[in-house]
Design a protein around this ligand. Sequence first.
Ligand code: GCV
Length: 721
Amino acid sequence: MTVHNRSCRRFVVGLAVAALFLSGAITRAEDGYRLWLRYDSLPKEMIDAYRTRVTSVVISGNSATLNAVRSELVDGCSGLLGSSIQTAATLDRNGAVVVGTPASSPLIAGLHWDRQLADLGPEGFRIVSLELNHHSAIVVTSIGEIGSLYGTFYLLRLIQTLQPISHLDVSEKPHLQLRILDHWDNLDGSVERGYAGKSLWDWKTLPERVDRRLTDYARANASVGINGSLLNNVNANSQSLSAEYLIKTAAIADTFRPYGIHVYLSARFSAPIDLGGLKTADPLDPEVATWWKKKADEIYHLIPDFGGFVVKANSEGQPGPRTYNRSHVDGANMLAAALAPHKGVVIWRAFIYDAKPDYDRAAAAYDNLQPFDGEFAANVLLQVKNGPIDFQPREPFHPLFGAMPKTQLMPEFQITQEYLGFSNHLVFLAQMWREVFDSDTYDRGVGSTVSKVVDGSLYAHRLTGIAGVANTGSDRNWTGHHFAQANWYAFGRLAWNPDLASRRIAEEWINMTFTHNAKAVTVIARIMLESHEAIVDYMTPLGLHHLMWGGHHYGPAPWWDTEPRPDWNPVYYHRADELGLGFDRTATGSNAVSRYHVEVRDRFANLDTCPEKYLLWFHHVPWDYRMHSGRTMWDELALHYQRGVDWVRGARKDWDGLAGVIDNQRYNEVAQKLAIQERDAIWWRDAVLLYFQTFAKRPLPAGVAPPQKTLAEYKAKSLAW
Ligand code: GCV
């Protein structure tokens, strides 16, 4: 090719690309980066209904938050309505969206809504469609700028999900105060139990360079009301509290502040020794207390709205007050005293389990902490995992909920799928969290649900909160699996209101993220809403738990018995023998069931009344035990595994039917992940049933497919992810 030809071709290609851009034929990559904040044009037939209601944006004031509101609203409405929506200085036509606080906006001040807004608080908001200065308008307002931002996202969501906006009169406020994403991110950029790439925080280039992505992360969080980020792993490195790293953290906090997100840090209990050169970290040592007070002062000097410390103490090798023969209360309250003058909180994790001989891990956190009810300082929250073991596909609710009325408990959920197929399996976790929130603790009689414990209403608690272990990372689509984004979204929505229905959350998310096509929404919602039960079926049905391969926790290894601690081994949990299967946690066994209120205890402890979904959690059950279906336990177990596999096959078919409705890129990427999920579900069924069959010595019932490999083959190599 001659030089002339080459440059000629380049010119032609350039022209073609330019023409494509001008014609709008090149659209943005559908790589999932935009999450649920896509703002693509609504279906044509819907746009007109909104265009008359939204013609301009009126926002006075120029704070960082109000500027964020302005750009979100202008971008969002312009994109959704397919025409450029401009900001206007005054209300001079119909269809203005007026946003702000009574302090920032004279128009809003003139409404005299101060009392109602004060009741809703600085994060709550009102959205009202009304006549203002003889023009139709929508007012979005709060006494706090962050409330106005939340209201803005709420209004955008209404439009994104095709809800009517002509007669709005909405008042909302968060049910829980602290709504935090916990990042188990290490300073080297790795993420413990992270399956979506590296950490979002690039400690090497901070504070000079702050990735634009952090602003998008903050927008996504604010859009669902998440107001806190724990930046570092609870298996903490003291360096996170060093002067060098605090400056980096301050740069992140500055980026998050306009979006109402407070940063938190995991505090390693031995930091006074590691960083301060002290000889001890004994919480009752005055020098130690002084070190922490000075550290708190240093932090708040740099980050005035710092949230507080999260502490994993005396658990899985972490140091803590027990190292010095002090109690968890001694440790938590000492840190609380350092933070109290700055209005910071201590979030003390209840994930504490000892390895006493013959103890049951399911009772350990309760036994360690319940006796201290009422002794924690006012700015301490106890962070309790949803169940008593460790984020298993299904667990009964943690017995501490409903057992510490004088202590502020906040639940810890795991959004990242450590035990649920990493970022390969489609599972919508709202279903699982709903089950926890709806569980009745009976502490104040019938209806004392976990959600009432958590939102403070059962015990009239002042301080409330919730944490979710994040599933985000540097992957372009943030979460590795497009559907894992739904779990981030659902966590935020439930943190705002733990009583929301999973279906509503799923349908919102699908409309915002994938499609408005009604048939497709129905299909996708069904897949999502059934997915949790299905993963339980092919991983750990009937109350089985912790059957995962040691260490990485991907795939089955019920035979595993080589971990240094008995309670890290699957054999500890399933207790299979020739007689039957399951962990006897009744009075004839560990009696961990006695930690629940009598009504719950009696129901779980009785073989006839124990819900079958928890059967093998609480009972060692004979292989021939008759289940409610009339089948034997062995047959029922095997059929659950088969049902899980069948479900994945069905979901694949359903997804295939969406070709052409979902953009190619995301359609194909999800289809590929579903293929992996089917492979894994079969592997789970076969490996677990073959292994348990060596004890049960019974054939597989009709309807269960024969295994694809031998037990020896399954034992030889773990599933790859
Ligand atoms: C951060 C489980 C996980 C650990 C995690 C721990 C915790 O044990 O496997 O990676 O450590 O929970 O919640 O502290």
